[in-house]
Write a protein that binds this ligand. Sequence first.
Ligand code: FPP
Length: 264
Amino acid sequence: MSRSLTTALTVEGNRPSRCALPPGLEPARLPAHVAVIMDGNGRWAGQRKLPRVMGHREGVEALKRTLRLCSDWGIGSLTAYAFSTENWNRPGEEVSFLMTLFERVLAKELKALEQEQVRIRFLGDLEQLPEGLQQLIQDATDRTASNTGIRFNVCTNYGGRRELVRAARLLAQEVASGERDPDSIDEQAFASKLLTAGEPDPDLLIRTSGEQRISNFLLWQLAYAELHITDVLWPDFDETALVSALMDFQNRQRRFGGVASVSS
Ligand code: FPP
């Protein structure tokens, strides 16, 4: 948490230099949108006999690394699962630590996010978050909204089913008020009521720590995403791990329910 987003960049005449795309990765075949389930912070800390919260602190560093690399390599969107609607069931101390961590990181990194042209948004039921955090979120969202770089979505108090129910309710309200004909409800109309409206669906989902679940994350949006599951624990997720996820992605044949194209 003590290092800022730009720390690892080499500063040349006040301009941070970009980290080049490693050889072997094809720029034209990078995913436009990467989603990550950052799992394994607690286990990382446990392996070192540290309190679980130290794993979350180190997880922030891994997230900053990932954001910086995705931004440098021209990936359009990064969506990270920071806090699920189920995470309130964790011990009160851990929940408070996480809320304070989000506040501290946002306050500290906002300048760097602005300089790096990152567009940050928080997706989820934000009104249930502490007041101070809500204000920081609003400020960060407003101040980075007109940036032109990577879109960085932080799913906070987010649940995929809840998001789908919300979309259904919004459509139902439009029908009830006479604004909408039920026959006009198609996939596009539904997607327009999701928290990710206007963004392409993730092409690649990375989940760390070896768990093979979606855990109520982006249930609609991940319909055709390629899944990359790695045993690396989130705090250890680094450039090598990201390159290996991107290589894996570039080796997949995406068919979207069709058949593979054959050259005659
Ligand atoms: C999962 O590990 C991780 C979390 C629930 C929290 C992730 C949050 C961050 C990395 C901070 C992000 C901060 C900002 C401001 C965007 P776990 O605790 O479930 O690990 P375990 O499965 O090993 O117990």
